[in-house]
Design a protein around this ligand. Sequence first.
Ligand SMILES: C[S@@+](CC[C@H](N)C(=O)[O-])C[C@H]1O[C@@H](n2cnc3c(N)ncnc32)[C@H](O)[C@@H]1O
Length: 226
Amino acid sequence: MNDPTTIRRLYGRRQGHKLRAGQAALVEEWLPRLSVPEAGPLDARALFGDDRPLEVEIGFGSGEHLAAQAEARPDTGFIGCEPFLNGVVGALGHIRERGLDNVRLHMGDALSVLERLPDASLTRVYLLHPDPWPKARHAKRRMVNSGPLDLIAAKLRSGGEFRLGTDDPTYCRWSMMVMNGRSDFEWLAKTPRDFLDRSADWPETRYERKARWQGHEVWYFRYARL
Ligand SMILES: C[S@@+](CC[C@H](N)C(=O)[O-])C[C@H]1O[C@@H](n2cnc3c(N)ncnc32)[C@H](O)[C@@H]1O
């Protein structure tokens, strides 16, 4: 039987405002170099030439978190996935400015990259401010659903971490409910402060900044893969 959460379809915008000439040149020159190859094996050696730890960010937006993590840990390889072209331009700009050589990008669906990675190959997966799909009838589109989570669980190594941030109260409750029902993840929070405060090694994202500015609460969930 088909699980509705495994229906593979990308929702949301692929492009916003038209790219300026400099941005278009950045995409043309840098994206092919940094893109995850379309076919063939996908592991740390294929992407970075060695067996370094690998982390994936799903829906990196403009890439500020991805770039900050990559700059902080140059010996880790990062794969950022984002279908929105204008976001990809932002990430390319950060990568160029900071001279990062440990980031690869996929302009498209993160799940199609996760599927190609070897099982138990990731040390972290980030899902920061995923599209909330607040209407109940759209709940199956949420990334926090059994289909995507089964995939994330399969690709994380034991002791690896799944980080989820949201400022959406419905998504927060939904995620707690879904994640509490799983036996393959352990919520790492010991006190409320652990999910109300962003830890020092969790750089702020653009959506998060916007949410705070609008007076929203933000929740930071960290789960260990058992
Ligand atoms: C609300 S934005 C948050 C962006 C960023 N994480 C932040 O916190 O600023 C959600 C992002 O997820 C991306 N997204 C949606 N579905 C996706 C998918 N299947 N794979 C990768 N990214 C996806 C969207 O394009 C969008 O940029």
